[in-house]
Design a protein around this ligand. Structure first.
Ligand SMILES: Cc1ncc(COP(=O)(O)O)c(C=O)c1O
Length: 400
């Protein structure tokens, strides 16, 4: 009898683990490796939020809360959705989870049956397809192109929808491309969804606040109120408030779905960390000015990285609207050979050779479902970014 479950066999091991492990091995062996693969801000959690966590401990807020979040935090989340997204949710339409990830997972677990399809535009955040598989559904990935700035077109969405489509997962600004959909681009997609009433929308707005050059973030139920009853609007404090380790995410949606998600959470993890909930309450209700200050730093780094990478022969680097990633194409380098003799026939081969020969750790595009590309996280110091881009340029220049 097999000890491990059949469910587990459907899930692939993370394709990024091998790269991360190799980078760590090289570092441990004394090699100078610049890591550009981290998916988290390099800023510290702001002081007022940290103090709110300490105050929560000192005030004795160390017990269980309601499984999907304490009332004060749910109220603050309702106020946030109303204020920033024009979305009216009541507290019983809110779920607070252990990171944004848990809400997405709960929603898929609560709704998917074998044969149910979930549309995921590629490149995608690595967890979406595997979460769908864990929940017993079928991921249907739809590739985007460099020409559309890695945005899904209305035609491609329409063509992917079948009678078995249960969810469309939408992520703007995107991990890994940083691509953001403006109102017109999103409206083109919501118009398609209005014609297919069986499809629910799971929008992952995790990078809402990390947008540059005056880009205006918008979310599906805001752009098309007709989708309000079939949209789960997911967000969290991890990225905008530099709180990745605190593990608080939240979602607003239809009462029946939120109740189903609560049932799963109450029988699995129970409430997200009580102390972190108090800190998240401060994040959502306290001063917000550091977001603009952080964004100015991110925008400057984005501009520098795009400029340096775009100057490299064989690399095409679109300018992203948000998040802290760039997703350059290396189509112009495929088929070349590195100085050490590695044939660059895939983006994985490129990333491996870049790590081994130039000491720069990036994530290859195949991990996100769209090749030949790689992802750089620019949530690191200007000096490290400048040095990494110089090494990438030098490495590419030696390819023959
Ligand atoms: C697009 C996207 N959604 C969700 C998450 C998960 O966020 P959290 O750390 O709050 O679980 C991430 C984290 O990298 C992400 O990039």
């Amino acid at each position: 009898m097999n000890f491990l479950s059949a469910t587990l066999s459907r899930v692939k091991p993370s394709p990024t683990i091998a790269m991360t492990t190799r980078a760590a091995e090289l570092k441990a062996a004394g090699r100078d490796v610049i890591g550009l693969s981290a998916g988290e801000p390099d800023f510290d959690t702001p002081d007022n939020i940290r103090r709110a966590g300490i105050a929560a401990i000192e005030a004795g807020h160390t017990r269980y809360t309601a499984p999907d979040g304490m009332p004060d935090l749910k109220q603050a989340i309702c106020a946030k959705f109303a204020r920033e997204n024009g979305l009216a949710y009541a507290p019983d339409q809110i779920s607070v989870g252990t990171g944004g990830k848990q809400n997405l997972y709960n929603a898929l677990m609560a709704t998917l049956n074998p044969g149910d399809e979930v549309i995921i535009p590629a490149p995608y955040w690595v967890s979406y397809p595997d979460m769908v598989l864990l929940a017993g559904g079928t991921p249907v990935t739809v590739e985007t192109t460099l020409e559309t700035g890695f945005r899904l077109t209305a035609q491609a969405l329409d063509a992917a929808i079948t009678p078995r489509t249960k969810w469309f997962i939408f992520n703007s600004p995107s991990n890994p491309t940083g691509a953001g959909y403006d109102r017109a681009q999103l409206k083109a997609l919501t118009d398609v969804l209005m014609r297919h009433p069986q499809v629910r929308v799971m929008t992952d707005d995790m990078y809402e606040h990390l947008v540059y050059d005056g880009f205006e973030f918008c979310t599906p139920a805001q752009v098309e109120p007709g989708l309000y009853d079939r949209t789960l609007t997911c967000n969290g404090v991890s990225k905008a408030y530099a709180m990745t380790g605190w593990r608080i995410g939240y979602a607003g949606g239809p009462r029946d779905l939120i109740a189903a998600m609560r049932k799963i959470q109450s029988q699995s993890t129970s409430n997200p960390c009580t102390i972190s909930q108090w800190a998240a309450l401060e994040a959502l209700t306290g001063p917000q000015d550091f977001i603009a200050a952080n964004n100015a730093v991110f925008a400057r780094r984005r501009d520098m990285v795009v400029k340096l990478l775009s100057a490299i022969d064989g690399i095409t680097c679109p300018v992203p609207q948000g998040a802290f990633y760039v997703y350059p194409s290396i189509a112009g380098l495929i088929g070349r050979r590195s100085a050490a003799g590695t044939r660059i026939d895939t983006d994985e081969a490129f990333a491996t050779a870049l790590l081994e020969e130039a000491g720069v750790a990036v994530v290859f595009g195949a991990a996100f479902g769209l090749s030949p590309c790689f992802r750089i996280s620019y949530a690191t110091s200007d000096d490290a970014l400048r040095e990494a881009c110089t090494r990438i340029a030098d490495f590419c220049a030696t390819l023959t």
